[in-house]
Write a protein that binds this ligand. Structure first.
Ligand code: FMN
Length: 372
């Protein structure tokens, strides 16, 4: 069993760059998805000692009365701004491989590397929703495995442009002739992917430095996390990092937190959920597409948010989260909350304290103690 006493678990915030955050409801906090709001969240996270702020990439909303995700900030430009507005926290942006040419991303990342002074990280998405990128004609008619093949070529080109003076490449999807890309990033940015299928995970393990992962419940999280660590050890990649994504709904008591979820469920936006289901069901590789299956099942169950959410008092959440972090040997935790100011503050103060009491140390906790 891993000795967690000497390890620091990274803590990150999944920035609400889409309106409404991750709750599809008219009765949940109607987060605005403005740059100013997200900047405020990132600065708060930095002040509390969080390690990274991550922005997703999403191009199309789901409508309905909540207009869920009808407004989304573009990820890389938002993180460039946030890089300038912060000084310590890691700034992680997301690209869809089908949307940007790798040579464009090589330059974008090098610029954000300069703005952030080496704090940038890249989340790569091979694509799971045909309508999202299809609405602008950028969805390619590839099956799930082919999308990861494209991502492999894409990342090979990107890494070469980051390190080589001139690149010649003739592949299936990209052709570069004596391609120059300067400036180079000052450090090779961490590259993360959330590929959860076997194919997606293999891609992530081979080509990235870390993996984002989800669990449908406590046991599933532990199983998924341990499988990743075992595979990493087998493949001689002991430094490979795993980051769990957790939706956290805190309350003064467990009952109060459960009431919050019930209240958000009372306003569940079934029209937006149906639109989401329809879009994801359109993938010809639906059977292999684990994200599509998750969203469709949430839509069918008519829940406003994932049932894997950690709901309760800070004590309850901290205890359960510590069990998963230790059991799954996670290197990091990425947090979603209903309200990214008050609830994030609860996570960054109370929950990290309970985590520490249960053997999970975070920089946020150390930071808090040093300030007292
Ligand atoms: C933390 C996290 C962040 C993600 N970010 C995005 C994103 O920004 N845009 C997107 O389209 N998909 C995003 N995804 C979905 C994944 O990229 C991926 O499609 C999904 O996990 C399914 O894996 P699979 O392709 O191997 O089936 C994210 C998933 C997780 C868990």
């Amino acid at each position: 069993m891993l000795d967690t006493s000497e390890k620091t678990t990274e803590l990150g915030v999944f920035l609400p760059v889409g309106n409404g955050g991750w709750i599809t409801s008219t009765t949940s906090p109607q987060l605005p998805a403005t740059y100013d709001y997200n900047k405020q969240v990132a600065i708060l996270a930095e002040e509390m000692g969080f390690d990274f702020a991550l922005a997703m990439a999403k191009w199309r909303g789901y409508g309905g009365p909540s207009k869920h995700w009808d407004i989304t900030l573009e990820s890389m430009t938002a993180m460039a701004g946030i890089a300038e507005a912060t000084s310590r926290i890691g700034v992680w942006g997301t690209v869809h491989t089908m949307v940007f040419h790798p040579a464009v991303v090589a330059k974008m990342t090098a610029v954000i590397d300069q703005i952030s002074k080496g704090r940038f990280g890249l989340n790569i998405v091979s694509g799971s929703n045909p309508s999202d990128q299809g609405q602008m004609g950028l969805w390619m008619d590839l099956d799930h495995a082919e999308r990861y093949e494209l991502a492999e070529e894409w990342l090979t080109v990107l890494k070469r442009l980051w390190t080589e003076e001139r690149v010649d490449h003739k592949g299936k999807h990209y052709e570069l002739i004596d391609c120059m890309s300067n400036p180079k990033p000052s450090v090779q940015p961490p590259i993360i992917c959330a590929g959860a299928s076997d194919r997606g995970f293999l891609f992530t393990m081979e080509h990235c430095t870390g993996s984002f992962m989800l669990g449908s419940d406590h046991d599933d999280f532990i199983k998924t996390g341990l499988r990743a660590k075992e595979l990493a050890a087998q493949q001689g990649k002991p430094g490979f990092k795993t980051y769990g994504l957790f939706t956290i709904v805190p309350g003064a008591t467990d009952a109060e937190a459960r009431e919050r979820v019930a209240y958000y469920d009372s306003g569940v936006d079934t029209i937006a959920l149906d639109n989401q289901t329809r879009e994801y069901s359109g993938d010809k590789s639906f059977k292999q597409n684990t994200m599509a299956q998750r969203f469709v099942s949430q839509g069918e169950s008519r829940n406003s948010m994932t049932r894997a959410a950690l709901v309760g008092s800070s004590e309850t959440i901290g205890r359960k989260l510590a069990e998963i972090v230790k059991g799954a040997q996670l290197d990091g935790v990425t947090v979603i909350v209903p309200d990214f100011i008050d609830d994030l503050r609860t996570v960054g103060t109370e929950v990290v304290e309970v985590l520490a009491q249960n053997g999970v140390m975070t920089n946020a906790y150390t930071h808090q103690k040093a300030a007292q």
